[in-house]
Design a protein around this ligand. Structure first.
Ligand SMILES: *[C@@H]1O[C@H](CO)[C@@H](O)[C@H](O)[C@H]1NC(C)=O
Ligand SMILES: *[C@@H]1O[C@H](CO)[C@@H](O)[C@H](O)[C@H]1NC(C)=O
Ligand SMILES: *[C@@H]1O[C@H](CO)[C@@H](O)[C@H](O)[C@H]1NC(C)=O
Ligand SMILES: *[C@@H]1O[C@H](CO)[C@@H](O)[C@H](O)[C@H]1NC(C)=O
Ligand SMILES: *[C@@H]1O[C@H](CO)[C@@H](O)[C@H](O)[C@H]1NC(C)=O
Ligand SMILES: *[C@@H]1O[C@H](CO)[C@@H](O)[C@H](O)[C@H]1NC(C)=O
Ligand SMILES: *[C@@H]1O[C@H](CO)[C@@H](O)[C@H](O)[C@H]1NC(C)=O
Ligand SMILES: *[C@@H]1O[C@H](CO)[C@@H](O)[C@H](O)[C@H]1NC(C)=O
Ligand SMILES: *[C@@H]1O[C@H](CO)[C@@H](O)[C@H](O)[C@H]1NC(C)=O
Ligand SMILES: *[C@@H]1O[C@H](CO)[C@@H](O)[C@H](O)[C@H]1NC(C)=O
Length: 432
């Protein structure tokens, strides 16, 4: 049987998409951050950075940033086309235990997930290789810089993932993670590098901007207002934006645009375009490309309906323990119109913003979600809730270690390349 996907806005889907997403959005406000159990003394790199193993030694050696040819993405290689390859030697890049800053929401093993293969997949692009992630190199590139992830809880997962990927090379007393809502700030002291997360689920302003206590159902988006947010992003060296799931509650959304700020219902696609243009305008006028770089993450796919990959079934991502291997697979949770808007707006910018198009590669990973091994409204699911995956499985957020680590490896590949290009430019400035 061929399933038809012609209705652009099947109500049940949009509704579900959002209500599940919400269950874990409140977490930011409820997590205490404890840094303990860090055991990184044995790492040979640290001896190098911190001077012969004496971690109290004030003299820090700077690593020269050497980027070899095979660490640079080859010209013309599309990193986003490829396949998942099982690799339990190199993956996971860290463990739940080695990353004490991980929040309960994503530590699926600790929360009782019985299978673990989901942590062992490497993304293999078709026509080139991803460079091996090197935390010290990234920290050295980020020396005296700020990097900031802006978006919703999906984006927060990516931030949490990167913080874990970096921790293995930093002694515990040389790092800190602070929560100053709407921000989370990770600092690698010895590098004076700051990696941050900023809660802005619509990017533009809305009545959901309180990171600790946001209205969930009666959302109201201010499509032409961004300055309250953007003034906190202004001087950030590397910015990574994302916004999707919060728009997808109903086909329409209440919003204001222009003056007087009358509330009107907008089609979600129209509203998304207007919001993105407000953002684009800020990018055009505020980003200085000689010292700043901007990325945009495409939508993170959902796996809410198992009939999409297994005809005749009636479940969701629960119980899924391996990726989809059909490379033509495409779920209906990723809205094509929104993708087109993204393409149009990014394509019309004065500034060069790099789209990290992780949608398709993540589309295959029906096994990567927290499912019933996460939280609902800031609390781990109860035994009873776990037995009811139809209502309680979270097929939007991802386990860590897991899929967002690969997004960060791709981001890393781009950061290396940008750094390299900038260095070449500096040493060989154009004639005029
Ligand atoms: C890794 O995978 C191989 C082949 O599937 C398997 O034999 C081996 O036991 C696995 N190792 C670990 C540590 O899981
Ligand atoms: C530390 O980094 C910030 C940017 O995040 C920069 O403004 C400041 O000058 C740096 N401090 C030193 C001592 O270099
Ligand atoms: C959250 O916000 C609502 C509406 O503004 C308010 O009524 C409620 O008291 C707030 N809750 C907390 C815990 O601050
Ligand atoms: C922006 O911040 C100002 C001052 O804090 C506040 O008065 C205003 O309401 C905010 N604007 C929006 C759209 O939230
Ligand atoms: C917009 O707001 C009105 C008034 O609060 C409400 O009745 C309506 O359902 C809202 N529309 C949407 C799409 O949420
Ligand atoms: C809003 O969406 C509906 C249904 O998809 C469509 O018929 C209508 O033309 C759209 N309105 C606008 C203003 O784009
Ligand atoms: C950004 O700048 C480009 C090139 O000048 C222009 O075509 C585009 O319309 C601008 N976008 C916005 C939203 O201002
Ligand atoms: C952009 O930054 C560079 C380096 O800091 C500076 O020299 C230049 O004047 C800036 N350009 C603008 C338009 O502010
Ligand atoms: C989950 O998978 C196991 C093993 O494949 C199977 O026995 C069980 O029936 C599945 N449960 C559900 C709810 O699909
Ligand atoms: C992202 O990739 C998908 C498929 O891999 C493609 O369909 C889509 O158009 C791409 N998005 C943009 C904005 O280029």
């Amino acid at each position: 049987m061929i399933t038809t996907h012609t209705t652009p806005w099947p109500n049940r889907q949009i509704h579900l998409l959002f209500s599940i997403a919400l269950s874990s959005l409140l977490v930011l406000g409820t997590v205490r951050i404890i840094l303990d159990e860090m055991k990184s003394d044995s790492n040979p790199f640290l001896k190098l950075v911190y001077g012969g193993g004496n971690r109290h030694n004030k003299v820090i050696m700077r690593m020269p940033i050497n980027i070899s040819k095979d660490e640079l993405i080859e010209e013309g290689c599309n990193l986003f086309e490829g396949k998942w390859v099982l690799d339990n030697i190199s993956y996971p890049l860290y463990t739940e235990e080695s990353c004490p800053t991980l929040v309960k929401q994503v530590t699926c093993q600790k929360n009782g997930r019985p299978d673990s293969l989901y942590k062992n997949w490497r993304w293999q692009p078709n026509s080139c290789n991803l460079p091996r992630f090197n935390a010290l190199k990234l920290l050295e590139i980020l020396r005296d810089k700020r990097m900031m992830f802006v978006g919703d809880s999906i984006q927060r997962g990516m931030f949490d993932s990167l913080v874990c990927m970096l921790q293995s090379v930093i002694p515990r007393e040389k790092m800190s993670l602070k929560r100053i809502p709407p921000r989370k700030i990770f600092i690698a002291e010895e590098f004076n590098a700051s990696i941050e997360y900023f809660w802005a689920p619509f990017i533009v302003e809305s009545n959901s901007d309180n990171a600790l206590n946001h209205t969930v159902k009666k959302r109201l988006v201010r499509l032409d207002s961004i300055s309250n947010h953007s003034k906190q992003w202004e001087d950030v060296d590397i910015l990574i934006f994302e916004s999707y799931i919060w728009w997808m509650y109903k086909p329409q959304i209440n919003a204001t645009y222009g003056y007087p700020p009358n509330v009107q219902e907008y089609n979600v696609t129209t509203a998304y375009r207007l919001a993105l243009e407000t953002w684009a305008d800020w990018i055009n006028t505020s980003i200085n490309e000689s010292r700043q770089k901007v990325y945009f993450m495409s939508m993170s796919p959902t796996h809410l309906w198992s009939w999409e990959w297994m005809h005749g079934s009636d479940g969701n991502c629960f119980n899924e323990s391996s990726p989809i291997h059909d490379n033509l697979y495409r779920g209906t949770g990723s809205n094509i119109e929104i993708m087109e808007i993204l393409r149009n707006v990014l394509g019309n910018l004065k500034t060069d913003v790099t789209l990290l198009n992780i949608t398709q590669l993540s589309e295959y990973r029906k096994d990567g979600h927290t499912s019933v091994y996460g939280e609902s409204r800031g609390k781990l699911l109860t035994k009873e809730q776990r037995l009811d995956p139809k209502n309680f499985a979270d097929c939007i957020h991802w386990c860590l270690p897991g899929v967002p680590d690969i997004w960060n490896e791709i981001l890393y590949a781009h950061v290396l390349k940008d750094y390299h290009l900038k260095r070449i430019k500096k040493h060989n400035p154009p004639p005029f």
